[in-house]
Design a protein around this ligand. Sequence first.
Ligand code: NAD
Length: 492
Amino acid sequence: MERFRPGADYRMFVGGDWVAGSSSFEAVDPSLGSPWAAVADGTAADAEAAVEAARKAFPSWRKSSVATRQALLSKIAERIEANADLFARLLPTENGRPVREVAIADVPASAAIYRYYAGIVRSHRGDQIPVEDPHSLVYTVREPLGVIAAILPWNSPLITTANKLAPALACGNTVVLKPSEFASASVLEFVKLIADLLPPGVLNVVTGGPVVGATLAGHPDVAKVTLTGGGPTARAVMTATAAVLTPTIMELGGKSAMIVAEDADLDRAVADAAMGIYLANGEACIASSRLLLHASIADDFLSRFAALAASIKVGDALDPATQVGPLVSRPHFDRVSGVLSTARDQGVRVLAGDEDLLLEPANKNGFFLRPTVLHDPTGQADIVTSEVFGPVTVAETFTDYDEVVARANSTRYGLAAGVWTTDLARAHTVAGALEAGIVWVNKWFDLPAGAPMGGVKDSGFGRELSWETMLEYSAPKTVNIDLGAPRFSLWG
Ligand code: NAD
């Protein structure tokens, strides 16, 4: 597949205009390790201008009809699908997503999110509240909040944009998007495709680094900040929003445990474990980065899983034969390599992943890591509870179900978890006891629009992808009407 090449340097999108930055930064193709695009490096002033444009657009956009918003969201879904070929070249070039995954994951999942909100926007409504006084009519209307600042990560730019933009627009808010420095072009090319559908200022994009995100988070005219990112960023954002009393939605990291019982269908469990950790190069918040295997099947499972991992084709993200592409950047590659080296020092065994990558000469400067399977006999190594965000999973064994649930819950994270078993009672019991926002039974990575997505504990709060999300981007207003009640006067 041909690499994506932009026609010009990337600009920001503010108030309906494409604006140049005062400086720019280089986007690096992670398969080649070389620059491929220049992106405007936004400043605090650029972020302030975008908030002002969104603030000005809000009074009119909030009054747009439900039919207008429904049609808009449907058209966005159509444009994404119609440009699947563009994204198939762009995403692998920008963040190393294997090209074969774009058509089966990023494009259909993003389109489905816009379509989902296009559907439920018609059911977004308040309530009529039954009250004691027969002379009162009390009802609520759900109102948009205002300017939403959406701060995005780099790993799935189309999907994370959809998860924030679709419900925010559906509710009648205006939006400032702040893409990651490592996935700005994907967001900007998407916005180019839909810019003509939106009134100026309803959607704005400011590229750049933490200064842009921090300015948005601390801006008094921002009504809500929604972040998908890591814990340290979440703490910095919440410190900034505390100063201006702005509420937040936090979609953060995970260390998600897959529990495999002695009665599991091992063929399916091994295949799901591979998909759970190697899809998206393991750079997924919901990756199955931890395996808890019943001792009676652990050896069988691990020998099959290690053989499968060793057979995976690693290579250029644009090669249709590639199953696992490069990590997103040199700093991320160095961080993951450091985590692996500490794990080895702490006694973790490497079952797959240390071999030579045998890469094509062109890819020798890319950020490639072999799919890695680790086994921690003690369950005490740091890697058992910390997020790696790469194609690395660590296995432990267990014999008792109360104990395995306690171990699965022993991280600060609580995003996803799963159990593989053919015992119905065990499936429900373990699912009920796991501390996670999502629990899968005999499957992984299934995120249908409509099923709430989000975490507990340090994995964040708020829910995306669901009806509940419409409540995050709107507020109820109570209207309480006197229908002629007799009055008692306390003051004569
Ligand atoms: P990150 O936290 O480094 O960056 C996220 C965004 O925050 C970027 O746009 C960055 O520029 C911005 N940012 C950085 N410092 C900031 C500051 N001080 N103030 C405001 N904004 C700031 O995360 P990342 O490396 O881009 O993404 C990986 C992380 O995201 C992982 O931890 C992963 O688990 C998480 N993630 C979570 C979900 C989910 O739905 N729960 C989905 C995808 C990724």
